[in-house]
Design a protein. Sequence first.
Length: 315
Amino acid sequence: MYNLVERRPLWFIISLLFIVPGILFCIWFSATQGTILPLSIDYTGGTLWEMRFENPVTPGEMRQAFEEAGYSGAVAFPVEDDRTIQVKSKEIDIDAKEVVKAAIEERFGAFEERSYRSIGPTIGAEVSRAALIAVIVSSLLIMVYIAFAFRAVENPFRYGVCAVAALVHDVLVMVGFIALMYFVAGWEVDALFLTAALTVIGFSVNDTIVVFDRIRENVKRYRAESFATVANRSLIETAQRSLGTVVTVLFVMVSILVLGGASIQRFMAVLVIGVISGTYSSLFNATPLLVAWEERSLLPRKKRASALREQTASA
């Protein structure tokens, strides 16, 4: 039987390779911009305006046009191609919008307005608080629920903590992905990112509970085996089901990502990354972490014993 649990140091290192860049980006962005992540107007307040022109327009030219109209600090970046520009600036009310529109048309010609959203800073702050509370409350409730559901096994609280650790891993992976796409394409964290994060949290926890439930059954069935052996057996027994589920889901998501409109492509891209991460964390983080907690060591018992023998020999 292939021993997945014994290789937990490898799985933990792979996870660190994906989550550490996101954490470092948050630290850097907080130091330079004052916020942990690049937030859209859904959280900061302001105006997001997407325009499509007949001729190519560079982001620099668009920023200059907004500055001349009295809106310094505007951020512009291309969408789809060099004829579609999205601009984020401080809030522009309806009357001011007509003035800015006239200035843009005079400089670049008539354009098609793809979208226009304007949110006040007060609403943005309320949304930010609600988003943070939603993630924290959902994580705590999941932890309490799993601890209660597994109350018949020894140390049920550990199951809840390990499940929440896995979903935190998934959120950090999505943060790292957004950080990468911020540099590549100017992506920001909007309301749909929160929707994707909460969806992935539910998906990841569901997968984790399936594995934990099999562990609960096998602990009673294989009393003579060690907890690590039982956990590994449970992982292998449920891996096919987890992989089959994620592959089916990814077929649909990737189809929407490739064929869907630009308005949902970012949302679907984050979902795809989150679902892949959720499946990985359920199989290779949550259960190995539970075993590590049970054995009180990140290293498997064989490797730990070998390391102790080497230390003894060298002494």
